[in-house]
Design a protein around this ligand. Structure first.
Ligand code: SAM
Length: 238
């Protein structure tokens, strides 16, 4: 077995014909990309097999997709090629904590369930660098598992008897209620929250069906006012 296969908990989920997490981008991110057509530089942290990366590239961004899973990054390259966006996607096999993030650089930063895969102290530092690296009109999209998740060792998740994800072992930092919102609302982050939600979510994209507890954040820079009509858009144009 090649070393990356032995040490990568996501090798097998990304190696399947039906790739884990599917090919649909995160819903609120997709809605934003549809409503606010912009281009520029995007960073997808913990990009996995690239469902968000490819959506960003299709929307016009030049995307740097970062993940520790070589198999995930291979799938991203395949998917980007199939979507005719290979020229807009670069992959980088490195720990998200080591990615260079110069200030005021990225027009979009996405971190769909990776801040919960690293210890809290590291997540705080990474969050700070992400917030600083966003441009003045940039968009930030973050998802994390919460203590509502049945894989959590804290209440209320630990009391749940709902089925747990097969990859739950990789989640080590479940976010308590409001934590992600508090980070986003902290004036030091210089963000304006466009959408925040804490919810339960059934996942049918990999392994036996299972439940998640999630916090989902969409934010822009404080002072930025993109034409965002919500998700779903209220009273959409006919
Ligand atoms: C739950 S998956 C989410 C993948 C993708 N964002 C999606 O939503 O489809 C978490 C991903 O984070 C990656 N990951 C976990 N810890 C990481 C780290 N410290 N540095 C880079 N990637 C990491 C894993 O390899 C995995 O692909």
């Amino acid at each position: 077995m090649p070393p990356s296969e032995a040490s990568d908990p996501f090798f097998e989920p990304y190696d399947r014909d039906q790739i884990a997490y599917g090919d649909q981008p995160s819903a609120a991110l997709a809605a934003y990309l549809q409503q606010v057509p912009r281009s520029g530089k995007a960073l997808d942290l913990g990009a996995g097999a690239g469902r968000d990366t490819v959506a960003l590239a299709k929307a016009g961004y030049d995307v740097l997709a970062v993940d520790l899973s070589h198999r995930g990054l291979q799938r991203i390259e395949q998917r980007a090629k199939a979507a005719k966006t290979a020229g807009k996607v670069q992959t980088l096999a490195v720990d998200v904590r080591e990615v260079l993030m110069p200030e005021n650089t990225y027009d979009a930063i996405v971190a769909t369930t990776v801040l919960d895969h690293i210890p809290l102290r590291d997540a705080v530092m990474l969050w700070d660098r992400m917030a600083k690296s966003l441009t003045e009109t940039g968009i930030l999209y973050v998802q994390v598992h919460t203590t509502e998740d049945p894989g959590s060792d804290q209440s209320p998740g630990r009391e749940s008897d709902a089925p747990v994800s097969e990859t739950a072992g990789a989640v080590i930092n479940y976010f308590p209620p409001n934590q992600l919102a508090l980070w986003a609302a902290n004036p030091k982050s210089r963000l304006r929250i466009l959408r925040y939600e804490e919810c339960l979510e059934w996942d049918y994209t990999h392994g036996p069906e299972h439940l998640h507890g999630k916090a989902i954040l969409l934010a822009t820079r404080a002072g930025a006012h993109p034409p965002w009509y919500g998700h779903p858009a209220m009273f959409p144009r006919r």
